[in-house]
Design a protein around this ligand. Structure first.
Ligand SMILES: [Zn+2]
Length: 54
């Protein structure tokens, strides 16, 4: 996903009430504006960047 999509996910996540913190189980590689991977993985549920070694 793009950095903008990740930012939108974070906003959406914070608008919702959650009983427990996100466990970041589903990750996707982040891409910058010119279509290159940033090397960061983003949780597709809450949009938080997650340190991840593949
Ligand atoms: Zn998450």
């Amino acid at each position: 996903m793009t950095m903008n999509q990740a930012a939108a996910l974070r906003v959406k996540w914070k608008e919702q009430a959650h009983l427990s913190p996100c466990e970041h189980l589903n990750l996707e590689l982040e891409w910058n504006d010119v279509g290159h991977p940033t090397g960061t993985y983003i949780c597709i549920i809450c949009g938080e960047p997650v340190a991840h070694k593949s």
